[in-house]
Design a protein. Structure first.
Lengths: 224, 224
DNA sequence: TTGCATCTTGACCATTTGGTCAAATTACTC
DNA sequence: GAGTAATTTGACCAAATGGTCAAGATGCAA
């Protein structure tokens, strides 16, 4: 998992964490996600994270040795769940169903974890100072693997010819847009993904566009 | 144009600016765009902006009364050019050509002004503290107008039924993705929009996806 | 209860940074 | 060229902030 963990100064004899440690680390990471996603790395303050986690700044720094360590740990904490949906894309499945399901999952992520989406967007926009190695390593391999899945669908005539990587980018961009730009979406439509009707509208619209875009028909259940 | 101008303390008898003022304000705004887009509002420092503009911090603050004033002026400075492409969408034109041309223009913007794209993305992701009124006012009206154009195309059978606003969001999201996430795009593909081949690949891919997605055929020239 | 390790905190420090101000320099007008 | 307005800067200040540290509070095992 690279050196993105950012362990604090705490060292237990056994490998595990005490109940107090587990609880406080969790509180800190939750607060940090909220703060970093709203203010960015520079705009966030250790003091506010500590306050939101319900402890003193000093105590927070007992668990994480520095602001950067908290930041790295926060990124690492949500990285796995964030990349999970793409991993489910199954070469054996039917292209239309697989893509529809992927799109729905991604929009669900935008609805459930908008802060995580914004945190990553922020990190990448600043030049990915922390996660560049992951983008170039783990993520690159994953994308190449899934691009190959799509390529195979195309070669076996199950789907129209498209650049698989651009297709993945399009799905990422459109689905994450509703999290990262939710204020703008709200300003222009009066709604966001918390509204179940708007959520389904969005899923239908994006799914329809992308699937039609690659010559597929949206499955009955829309990927639900 | 709202109160986003952020005038400094300089006041001339006549309405215009002196040659020195014009030059220095321009230098400052260029430097500010570079700095704010890379570091965000909080991460940017007045000192660095001044250095990049080739003057002392004190002198910069002679032209703009505060960091926030520089920021507002920077946003205002690029807002018009940023919203221009959408305005060209012409109800009288052929849907496929109009959309293809719009997509190409937007990708060209991402190639030419990636900093502007990132600046806006940053601003909106932080909750649009400065430009929310513009989103809710000017932009909302513009989007409603253009959504109506698309709606008319649909009603006259020139294009498949789609939610026009989601279609606009999709175009924004996909095209701006290549500017905002260019580091990620580069990490995964080894290329970016500066590469003419990659640029055309991207235009072709996004245009194909979106136009096919709404039941249109990509025009010969791809919207060039 | 005792003793030790873990946990928590307030006081404190050094640095960064946005902004002020008076003085100096430069540009321009008559 | 004198005089006035515009421009430029270094010195300085106050607030914010990341991080340290010693001391105290708490949990826990024997």
């Amino acid at each position: 998992m690279t050196s993105l963990d950012g362990q604090g100064s705490v060292s237990q004899k056994n490998g595990g964490l005490s109940r107090i440690q587990e609880r406080n680390r969790s509180l800190i990471l939750d607060a940090a996600l909220s703060e970093f996603s709203r203010k960015g790395f520079s705009g966030a303050t250790v003091e506010r994270i500590a306050a939101e986690a319900g402890m003193s700044k000093s105590n927070l720094l007992y668990y994480f040795s520095s602001k950067e360590a908290i930041y790295k740990a926060t990124l690492a904490h949500i990285l796995e769940v964030w990349l999970a949906p793409l991993k489910t894309l199954d070469a054996e499945g039917e292209p239309a169903r697989e893509l529809a399901a992927y799109i729905r999952q991604k929009i669900q992520m935008s609805a459930d974890y908008p802060e995580a989406s914004r945190l990553f967007a922020n990190e990448v926009m600043q030049g990915a100072p922390q996660i560049l190695p992951i983008l170039e390593g783990e993520l690159k391999r994953l994308v190449e693997e899934k691009a190959q899945v799509i390529e195979t669908w195309i070669e076996t005539g199950r789907m129209q010819r498209t650049d698989p990587v651009h297709l993945i980018f399009t799905i990422w961009a459109t689905t994450q847009h509703y999290a990262d730009f939710s204020i703008q979406v709200k300003a222009l439509t009066g709604r966001d993904l918390n509204d179940p009707v708007f959520f389904e509208d969005t899923v239908a619209s994006v799914t329809g566009l992308v699937l039609n875009g690659v010559g597929l028909t949206v499955p009955q259940d829309g990927g639900a």
